[in-house]
Design a protein around this ligand. Sequence first.
Ligand code: ATP
Ligand code: MG
Length: 356
Amino acid sequence: MNVRRLSWNHFRNLRAGEFEPCAGVNVIYGQNAQGKTNLLEAMWLFTGERSFRGAKDAELVLQGETAAALRMDFWSEGRGQTAKITVAEGRRTAELNGIPKGACSALTGKFCAVVFSPEHLSLVRGGPSLRREFVDSALCQMKPGYASLLSGYNRTLFQRNALLKDIPRHAELMDTLEIWDERLSQFGERVIRQRTAYLKALSEPAAGFYAGISSNRETLSFVYRKSAEDLRRALAEERREDVLSGHTGAGPHRDDVDIFVSGLNARAYASQGQKRSVVLALKLAEAELLSRMTGEKPVVFLDDVMSELDARRQDYLLNHLTEFQVFLSCCEPGAARQMKSGALFRMEDGALSAVP
Ligand code: ATP
Ligand code: MG
């Protein structure tokens, strides 16, 4: 999978332009606020997902204009394809190979990518919900039934919690709790099994990428930490506390993933550069698993990844990720000038130019 050509019109601060990236590493450099992230975001939108910055559609249109347009020629499923995105009146619509598709979500699965942006560092730094989300969103992409399994779990959890809040006023409802416990554990156990299997599959490529990034000096591993070994039993045992607190204390909505760098918990002990390397390895491993499933390597977007990384780690990203098409934004071209292969572009005030 790769981007052949991208053109834009009135997308954020990118007025009108186009570029043809190479199939390897593409470095986009420039000072702050010139449009580097905007360019990555423009390409990312062809995945059919929301902006990785959580932007509203209206924010994507150049101030003072009424519509933005993007066109991408890309190679996917063994052939060249063309997609177009229009943002107008607060809506994003898509066209694929000349056929209008309605909402952009219709592009899902056509153009696949993973993205690293500095906000993703909270995957290591932040609370458990972000790590659960990382696993869940990967599973939603890879396993067709997972999204409905997860929403089944969340619905049941919501109903059990509502019941817990009613029980103090209507003691007779206590009997119905058992039914909800059974339903919740059926959904919950399936969620846990899928998450555990995904992390098991992820661990080998993630450890491999981490070894590469750290020049084999450090190791990466992780384990899925369940809130209860046996969900059914835990729900029964914690009923009293659950009724008192009005919510369910055990289950996949409380689980976490413990990440270890060379045996130490990364959240508590890892350095800035190590945390960055962990998130990178996780994202690249996610790309690797996606490619094993679809048979195509997703495109890798690395926004502002270089800061806090030493020369060896930067070198790994610039010269060793040969199997992916990579788009990497940074402020200083630095080591990118000596890339073994790849292309260098400079972004200035929304205008992109190739650097020979
Ligand atoms: P940094 O190195 O600081 O991350 P960057 O090159 O990635 O910088 P971008 O985030 O791409 O910068 O943003 C570039 C500029 O685009 C910013 O000055 C921002 O105000 C501007 N911008 C964002 N959205 C719009 C819009 N809808 N219309 C006009 N300008 C916009
Ligand atoms: Mg940026």
